[in-house]
Design a protein around this ligand. Structure first.
Ligand code: XIL
Length: 327
C-alpha cells in the first residue's frame, strides 16, 4: 500500500503524461485532436498515446464530411478516428452535428420547415447512430450565437427558429442515450453579450426539458489576453451543466519572441488551473499537437505558435505551463 502510494506520487511528479495527471486530480481527460491529416504521422500519434486520453476528430465528423450529398454518407475518415480511439482506450468527443460552417450547400439551400426538420433528423440519426456507445460527448450544436448575443443567421435558425436547437438535442439523445450532449461556442472567455445569451439559452433549454448535459467553451485564445478566463469558466459551470474546454489554443501575434512564449506558458497554466478549480469542468481538449498542423496558420495569418509542441515536435515552454499546473 505504502509502496503504491510512493510510486504514484513519483509518477505524478515526473515530467509528462498530462492525461494521467489530470485524471489524478479527478478530471476525465486531457485531450487533443486527430484526423486523416495526422493519423499516420508517428510524432503526432506517439504524443497522443503518451500524453492524452481523449481525441476529437478535427473535421471528419462535420456535415460536409459525413453527408456531402443528401442521404449519401461517407464515414471512412471518421471511422478511422473512432477506431483509433477505441483501440487505444481513449475517450472520443464527437464534433459536430449542426454548424453553419463546413455545411454542404444542399442543406443551406433548404427553405421549408418540414424538409429541414427531416434532414436534421436523418443526419443526426445516421451520424450519432453510427458511433452509438463509442462517443463520450457530442458537440450537438456549434456556434449558434453571434458575439452580440443574437442567434446566428444560419439556415437552421432562419427556417426553424430557436426550435432547431431542441430538435437537435432531442434527436441526438434518442440516437445515443449515453452520450453527453453539448452546446459549444467560441468567445465565451470574455464577459459580455455572448456568454450572457449562452447562459440564458441554456436556462431556456433546461426549462423546456431539452436533454442537454454540457457546455463547451472552445477557448481559441490570444496570449496575454485571458484575464477573465477563470471567472467565465465558473459562470458557465453555474448553469449546472458539465463544462469542457473543447478547442484550446493560445496564439501569439507575430513576431514570436521569448517574452511572448513565457506569457504563453503562464496562460496555459491559467487555463489548466481554471479547469482544476471548477468542479463541473470535466476536461480540456487542445486543438492540435504541433504548431505545424494548427488551423491558426491559415485562419489567423498574423499569429503563430499556438500549441504545446513546435513545428519540429519539440516541447515548448507552454507544455511546461500545463505540466506545472498539474503537478
Ligand atoms: C477547424 C479545423 O481546425 C480546420 O482544419 C477546418 O478546416 C476548419 O475548422 N471552431 C470549430 C472547429 O468548432 O471545428 C474549427 O476547426 C475551428 C473553429
Amino acid at each position: 500500500m505504502k509502496l503504491t502510494a510512493f510510486v504514484l506520487a513519483a509518477v505524478l511528479s515526473v515530467h509528462g503524461a498530462l492525461d494521467a495527471k489530470i485524471k489524478a486530480k479527478g478530471k476525465k481527460y486531457y485531450g487533443n485532436i486527430i484526423d486523416s491529416n495526422t493519423i499516420n504521422t508517428a510524432q503526432v500519434t506517439n504524443i497522443l498515446n503518451t500524453e492524452f486520453g481523449a481525441v476529437t476528430p478535427e473535421y471528419s465528423m462535420k456535415w460536409e464530411a459525413t453527408e456531402p450529398n443528401q442521404g449519401q454518407f461517407t464515414f471512412a475518415n471518421a471511422d478511422a478516428v473512432a477506431n483509433w480511439a477505441s483501440s487505444r482506450g481513449k475517450l472520443l468527443r464527437g464534433h459536430t452535428l449542426l454548424w453553419h460552417k463546413q455545411l454542404p450547400g444542399w442543406v443551406s439551400n433548404i427553405i421549408d420547415k418540414s424538409t429541414l426538420t427531416q434532414v436534421i433528423r436523418d443526419h443526426i440519426n445516421a451520424v450519432v447512430g453510427r458511433y452509438k456507445g463509442k462517443v463520450y460527448a457530442w458537440d450537438v450544436v456549434n456556434e449558434v450565437l453571434e458575439d452580440n448575443g443574437n442567434f446566428r443567421n444560419s439556415v437552421f435558425y432562419r427556417v426553424l427558429g430557436e426550435d432547431f436547437v431542441d430538435l437537435a438535442f432531442r434527436t441526438a439523445r434518442a440516437a445515443d442515450p449515453k452520450a453527453k450532449l453539448y452546446i459549444n461556442d467560441y468567445n465565451l472567455d470574455y464577459n459580455g453579450p455572448k456568454i450572457n445569451a449562452t447562459i440564458a439559452l441554456i436556462k431556456r433549454l433546461k426549462a423546456r426539458g431539452t436533454p442537454i448535459d454540457g457546455v463547451g467553451t472552445q477557448a481559441h485564445l490570444i496570449v496575454g489576453n485571458l484575464a477573465p478566463f477563470d471567472e467565465t469558466l465558473k459562470r458557465l459551470a453555474s448553469t449546472g451543466l458539465d463544462v469542457a474546454i473543447t478547442e484550446l489554443d493560445i496564439r501569439i501575434a507575430k513576431p514570436v519572441d521569448a517574452a511572448k512564449l513565457a506569457q504563453q506558458q503562464k496562460d496555459y497554466a491559467t487555463v489548466t488551473r481554471s479547469c482544476l478549480t471548477t468542479p463541473r469542468c470535466v476536461g480540456i481538449t487542445i486543438w492540435g499537437v504541433s504548431d505545424r498542423n494548427s488551423w491558426v496558420d491559415g485562419t489567423f495569418p498574423d499569429y503563430d505558435s499556438p500549441l504545446l509542441w513546435d513545428d519540429d515536435f519539440r516541447e515548448k515552454s507552454a507544455y511546461t505551463g500545463v505540466d506545472n499546473a498539474l503537478n
